[in-house]
Ligand binder design. Structure first.
Ligand code: HEC
Length: 157
């Protein structure tokens, strides 16, 4: 094969790859991604409420709190896959995700990182037997939820 033919071949492959990318984008269905993240976030919300509810009891159940903390931690590890481009308000799917998520990706990611760090610290605190320390770490975690929601989630009507 002469070099001109090789170049033509590569150009052809490049074109095919570009064409496939376009087709893939058209085929992308935001619905399962959006519904999947909302379901995970509802589970996170329920587990976080479970922790706060325990602290209204005396004594709170530390085994239950540990379980909820681990659940939030497990779910938080998927969060980097929850907000791909095309799953914002421009999609036809009901979502409270604001377009700021994709306009300020560094700030949004910082919010996700803070969340991941604080939940890891909560798992750590919950492995001990000091309810006050666990409670204060649960509050620190709650601040990361609120900080992100204030900026990147639509308010409920
Ligand atoms: C980095 C940003 C971020 C962090 C941190 C975060 N959230 Fe959210 N949360 C969102 C966004 C954005 C939505 C809207 C998702 C959608 O509608 O597609 C949301 C939605 C929710 C929902 C509603 C889900 C539904 O549609 O029913 C709950 C509940 C929730 N979050 C709880 C929490 C709790 C509890 C925490 C902390 C323990 C937390 N979130 C941390 C960004 C965040």
């Amino acid at each position: 094969m002469n070099s001109k033919r090789v170049l033509q071949l590569f150009a052809g492959i490049g074109f095919a790859a570009a064409a496939m990318t376009v087709v893939a984008d058209q085929d992308f269905d935001p619905q399962p991604v959006i519904e999947g993240r909302q379901s995970a976030l509802r589970d996170i919300g329920a587990a976080f409420k479970g922790i706060n509810d325990e602290f209204k009891k005396s004594p709170p159940s530390l085994p239950l709190i540990r379980q909820y903390a681990r659940q939030i931690d497990d779910l938080s590890k998927q969060q980097h896959r929850w907000f791909p481009a095309g799953t914002g308000p421009e999609s036809d799917v009901q979502t409270a995700a604001k377009s700021e998520i994709w306009q300020q990706p560094a700030q949004f990611e910082a919010g996700q990182v803070a969340f991941g760090e604080e939940v890891a610290k909560l798992v750590q605190a919950a492995s001990g037997n000091d309810p006050a320390a666990i409670k204060s770490q649960a509050q620190a975690l709650g601040k990361t939820c609120k900080a992100c929601h204030d900026k990147f989630r639509e308010k409920d009507d």
